[in-house]
Write a protein that binds this ligand. Structure first.
Ligand code: KIV
Ligand code: NA
Length: 264
C-alpha cells in the first residue's frame, strides 16, 4: 500500500473513525511512529522549542525545517508527512505562501503543509489548494501569535468562540483538508467539529475532535515539563538519563568496553 492520502483522511471522518497525529523531526523517530501506524506525521515549527531550543516558534525558518522534513519523509513508508510553514513564510501574500509550500514539496518531499490563522489566511489557503497542495489549517492558541495573545493562553472563550467557528468555516471554504484546534474549550471544539465536513485535529481541545495531535517529546516524556493537556505515555527522559549515567560510570570504572564489545 502507498501513503495515507487526503482521501483516507476524509473517509475517516465519514466513517466516524478517530485517528492520531504526532510531530516528528528526524528519520529514526519517524520510522518508529510509521511502524506504529500513526497515519499523519507533522514536522511542526515546534522544532523551534524541542529541537532548536528557542522559547517560541517565531525564529524558525524554512531552511531550518526543510532538512527535518526531508528526514521524516525518508524515514517513513506509509505516513502522510505535513510540514509547518514557519512564521514569516506565508503572511505577506498568497504568492509568498505558494513559494514556501513549493519548497517543502520539491526540496523535502512533503505531502501537505500547515499554516496558522483563519479568515486572514483564506487567500493563502485558496492559492495553495489551487496549486494542488493539501493545506492543514490551525486555529486557537496558534503559537506564532504568542505576542499578540500576551502569552500562551486558552483562546476562544466567550464571544471569541463565534469568531473561531467563522474562521474554521472560512478555512474549509478556502479548500483546507483539515484543521488543527489548539488550546480552546472542549465544548467549542466539539461545536466546530460538528459544523465542518473536514476533520478537526485537537491539541488541548477536548475529546470531541476527529483526531488528536501531540508533540512527541511531550507524549513520550522526553520534555522536562509538559502542559496540562498532555498525557505522558512514557518517561523517555528518565530512560535516557539512566543510560547516560550508567555509560559514564562504566567508562570511569573501565568496565566498558568489556571483551564482548571489543574486536580481537
Ligand atoms: O508545531 C507543532 O507542533 C504544531 C502542533 C502542536 C499542531 O503545530
Ligand atoms: Na506549529
Amino acid at each position: 500500500p502507498g501513503r495515507v492520502t487526503v482521501r483516507d483522511i476524509a473517509a475517516a471522518k465519514a466513517h466516524g473513525e478517530k485517528w492520531p497525529m504526532l510531530t516528528t523531526y528526524d528519520a529514526l523517530t519517524a520510522g518508529i511512529f510509521d511502524e506504529a501506524g500513526i497515519p499523519v506525521l507533522l514536522v511542526g515549527d515546534s522544532a523551534g522549542n524541542v529541537v532548536f531550543g528557542y522559547d517560541t516558534t517565531i525564529p524558525v525558518t524554512i531552511d531550518d525545517l526543510i532538512p527535518l522534513t526531508a528526514a521524516v519523509v525518508r524515514g517513513t513508508k506509509r505516513a502522510m508527512v505535513v510540514a509547518d510553514l514557519p512564521f514569516g513564510s506565508y503572511q505577506v501574500s498568497p504568492v509568498e505562501a505558494l513559494h514556501a509550500a513549493i519548497r517543502f514539496m520539491k526540496e523535502a518531499g512533503a505531502h501537505a503543509v500547515k499554516l496558522e490563522g483563519g479568515l486572514r489566511v483564506a487567500h493563502q489557503v485558496e492559492e495553495l489548494a489551487a496549486a494542488g497542495i493539501p493545506v492543514m489549517g490551525h486555529l486557537g492558541l496558534t503559537p506564532q501569535s504568542v505576542h499578540a495573545f500576551g502569552g500562551f493562553r486558552v483562546q476562544g472563550r466567550g464571544e471569541a468562540g463565534d469568531r473561531l467557528l467563522h474562521d474554521a468555516k472560512a478555512l474549509e471554504a478556502a479548500g483546507a483538508f483539515s484543521v488543527v484546534l489548539e488550546g480552546i474549550p472542549a465544548s467549542l471544539a466539539g461545536k466546530i467539529t460538528e459544523s465542518l465536513r473536514i476533520p478537526t485535529i485537537g491539541i488541548g481541545a477536548g475529546a470531541d475532535c476527529d483526531a488528536q495531535v501531540l508533540v512527541w517529546q511531550d507524549m513520550a516524556g522526553l520534555s522536562p515539563r509538559s502542559p496540562k493537556f498532555v498525557k505522558r505515555y512514557a518517561e523517555v527522559a528518565n530512560v535516557l538519563r539512566d543510560a547516560a549515567n550508567e555509560f559514564a560510570a562504566e567508562v570511569a570504572a573501565g568496565t566498558f568496553p568489556s571483551e564482548e564489545y571489543s574486536y580481537r
